[in-house]
Design a protein around this ligand. Structure first.
Ligand SMILES: [Zn+2]
Length: 56
């Protein structure tokens, strides 16, 4: 993971804690990647697993 991605994930985490909906996230906390890079992953396209619990 590069520093820019790590910083973006951290920022999204902080914004989410402040109430931002994750649909607005630039990063993916499941894959620890840019959201655009895994948008086609079944985790994101399958409604049944879309709201998989966030790990602590
Ligand atoms: Zn993802």
């Amino acid at each position: 993971m590069n520093k820019r991605l790590a910083a973006a994930i951290q920022r999204d985490n902080e914004r989410e804690e402040a109430g931002m909906h994750c649909d607005d996230c630039q990063t993916c906390w499941i894959h620890q990647s840019w959201a655009a890079d895994c948008a086609d992953n079944p985790v994101h396209t399958e409604p049944s697993v879309r709201h998989y619990p966030r790990p602590a």
